[in-house]
Ligand binder design. Sequence first.
Ligand SMILES: [Fe+2]
Ligand SMILES: [Fe+2]
Length: 400
Amino acid sequence: MFDFDDLERAIEAKVCEAPAVVRAKVKPHIKNNHTKVVRIWAISDLHTDDHHNKEWLDELETKGAANDVLIVAGDISHKWDIIKDTLSFLKARYARVFYCPGNHELWGNAQEDSMRRFHAILQLCQQLGVETAPAEVAVGDRRVLIVPIMSWHHPQWDMEPEIQGWRGLLPVDQMLSDYPLTHWPEGICIQDGSAALAIDKVNDELVDWIDLLQRRHEYQEVLSFSHFLPKVENNPEKRYLTYPNLAKGIGSDYLRRRVEELRPNLHVFGHTHFGYDLEVEGIRYVQAPLSMRGNSSSERHSRGTTVALGDFPDGLPFSHPFMAGKLRDGLGTARAQGVAFAQRLGTKEPGQGAWSAYVERYGRRPDVTPGEPRWISDFSPRPQDAARIQRQMVKNYRKI
Ligand SMILES: [Fe+2]
Ligand SMILES: [Fe+2]
């Protein structure tokens, strides 16, 4: 069984020995900024290197957003110019923009160190006025604390039983692009959780975490966000996934621990491109991904009902797929794929999200591990596909 403390002890030294990155000399405290904001929006997985998504962003109605806050929960692009342009575009339209890098932002060539790249992105954000550290916003007369949590995935996060009768499903390191396309300092890798720990430690450079926890009670509401998943409950059960090993490349125990310590009213995440809105142990978890492009081969087309949060999709093709922006009783509804949290973060009527609605209705039974379901045997890649998939990952990365 995976022992969180053992892992931490075992790899702590490796992380500390890693080449120096940009480190704060003094742990900063929470920034106060009493700009009055009207609404807080959240979205993930903008993937604006896809021109369909870029066009969607260009058309986004932001006239009434000058006093709003936008949270972007990772995955803009792996291209520097696109990350910069997208964040600049958003910063020009919203009063405040909060952001954490996703996995795509760390993709690079073999000579690029992913840790250095991570810190370079944080520096870019600083130059652009995009916020990556915990900070206060004032919504009406209420103090709201927004807490970005930096994270990376590790396979040990998945502790749920495997489905039975697997016939050679590809292991996660042969299936996820993050393995060939990220490059870590010596001694750090994704597989043993040391990359997840190294990124988690960045949080302690961004804020005095203990101080933040001690001041948690001063805020009427707390909203945290990350790119990856804190809880296994944020993911559909393995038997429903076409690639059950997905669970080994999406979450972080370090992130889970921070969220459980902080106990936000609401935590926004991204990465899996499943629209989600589900309360787990008193914390509401939401994912509102823009996801991939709107042509016939895209996931917005083929997986529309699971990508969507709320009423999306209301028809194909998606000329202007999200952001209907309808408000009800002063609260943002989940119609918009960017979800608005306006009055009380914890009490907004939940959006749908196919899988979170399913869990709400039927519960979660990870102990049910049937023989390999048909949709897995039909669609999941096999060992004989490994070399082709690896080649395709690198090819796609170079092409985008
Ligand atoms: Fe994504
Ligand atoms: Fe992602």
